[in-house]
Design a protein around this ligand. Structure first.
Ligand code: GUN
Ligand code: ZN
Length: 454
């Protein structure tokens, strides 16, 4: 075993390598070499050869692209796992708003660095996040992301009705929230050559006036930033939106009328949609964050993923912590796989939607594509930024396991038998992220999965 993982590019890894490819399909090297150049980009990927030169030999570990989480609530992470089965609107009042209410700058300074380390330990190197409503807490979150090295897109949550912010009169909130969001965008969007970015973040139609939706969308367009919100997650939420926006044809029309649809918009959940809404999302180039673990945790519903993919909609994966109980996108892939299997059985449609490689693609390359960052990240290909993770597949193996027969089996184990310590290293642009257990000695629960040694 080598002494340590490299902290900084340049370096050369010898390991198993598995990645989706921009052109479609995937690449697997059972004994591969990934060259990371001094500028933090991938110089080359290929099979190891006797003349490959000096390498850091990580075999039998596996190099994967860093995962892309398209939907997660930073202040909610400490409550992950609480409130199972509580309907969305009750859950927000009972669990979420009190927590976000207390997400001050001082709290953010403690929570955000710990969350970014946890992301890296889970294999996530890019995350699109919601903050809370307080501007200073967003600055603290961005500072923490800047220091940690994760690729972070964050937005101040905007709410001018149904809010927990007691520090301002309702009449002040619209202007203040727009101004603070614009200022945060000016301070942080595209910092560190685009590693940090801003997303205007009106929470959802239930908590925002039509004016807040419209003005925030206009700001996002003017500043070339993202716009993110929630869509059609829960039946009671949808009834409330219909009540609040009687002039809208349906839920998506609320955001359409606000000028919110388009390729820089990421809508989370999108579970309960009419054919018209699906067509409008596809036509406008609007993107979706699929959060299967959250959708089951809060009993929100089942997203018809196959229908959206067939419509040509860009979809990636989100953990939606704390709606989802787990920061790990391996967990989201697992639950997503189970859910689509259940849907298949229930509908009698025998076509498998995504195999394990398809789920990896959704959690990496498609996530990057949703963000418009697919030229830079999402796959391990020459010229891209070295956003990489290394995983120890033996931690996911059952006792007396045979060698996996090819990349689909290898990945199937990682998704369906994930081990919390299996991600051993993570890099963004060739800079190692703090978080994964960085010892190279065997972890305690080696061979036998999570319960071994307990
Ligand atoms: N809809 C509005 N806010 C939220 C939130 O914080 N989590 C989830 N899952 N849905 C929401
Ligand atoms: Zn959410």
């Amino acid at each position: 075993m080598p002494p340590a993982l490299p902290d900084q590019a340049p370096f050369v890894l010898r390991a198993q390598v598995l990645t989706p490819l921009a052109a479609g399909g995937s690449r697997y090297e059972s004994d591969g070499v990934v060259v990371v150049d001094a500028d933090g980009r991938i110089g080359s990927v290929g099979p190891w050869q006797a003349d490959s030169g000096p390498v850091l030999d990580l075999r039998p570990w596996l190099v994967l692209p860093g995962l892309v989480d398209l939907h997660v609530h930073l202040p909610q992470v400490p409550h992950a796992g609480l409130g199972f089965g509580t309907p969305l609107l009750d859950w927000l009042q009972r669990y979420v708003f009190p927590l976000e209410h207390d997400f001050t700058e001082a709290v953010a300074e403690v929570v955000a660095p710990a969350v970014f380390r946890a992301f890296a330990a889970a294999g996530t190197t890019t995350a699109l996040m919601y903050g809370a409503v307080y501007e200073p807490s967003l600055d603290a979150a961005f500072r923490a992301a800047e220091a940690h090295g994760i690729r972070a897109i964050i937005g101040k949550v905007m709410m001018d009705r149904l809010t927990y912010d007691e520090s301002h009169r309702p009449s002040e909130v619209l202007d203040l929230s727009l101004r603070q969001s614009a200022d945060l965008c000016d301070r942080w969007h595209l910092r560190d050559k685009g590693r940090l970015r801003y997303a205007f973040t009106p929470r959802f139609a239930v908590s925002c006036s039509a004016e807040m939706l419209r003005e925030s969308a206009a700001l996002a367009t003017a500043k070339g930033a993202y716009w993110q919100t929630h869509l059609a997650e829960d039946r009671a939420e949808m009834a409330e939106v219909a009540r609040l926006f009687p002039g809208a044809r349906d839920y998506i029309d609320v955001y359409d009328q606000a000028g919110g649809l388009g390729p820089r918009t990421i809508l989370a959940h999108a579970i309960h949609l009419s054919d018209r809404e699906v067509a409008r999302i596809a036509e406008s180039g609007t993107r979706l964050a699929h959060c299967p673990a959250s959708n089951l945790f809060l009993a929100s519903g089942i997203m018809p993923l196959g229908r959206y993919l067939e419509a040509g909609i860009g979809v990636g994966l989100g953990s939606d912590v704390a709606g989802g109980p787990d920061l790990s996108l391996f967990g989201a892939m697992r639950v997503g796989g189970y859910v689509q299997n259940a849907l298949r059985v229930a509908s009698g449609d025998a076509r498998p939607i995504l195999d394990p490689l398809g789920w990896l693609r959704l959690a990496s390359y498609e996530g990057a594509r949703v963000l418009g960052l697919d030229d830079e990240i999402g796959s391990i290909e020459a010229g891209k930024d070295a956003d990489l993770i290394v995983v120890d597949p033996e931690l996911a193996a059952p006792p007396a396991a045979p060698e996996p027969d090819g990349p689909a089996d290898l990945l199937s184990r990682l998704i369906f038998r994930s081990h919390p310590e299996m991600v051993r290293g993570a890099w963004v642009r060739g800079r190692r992220l703090e978080g994964p257990i960085d010892r190279l000695d065997p972890p305690l629960a080696h061979a036998g999965g999570p319960a071994a040694g307990a």
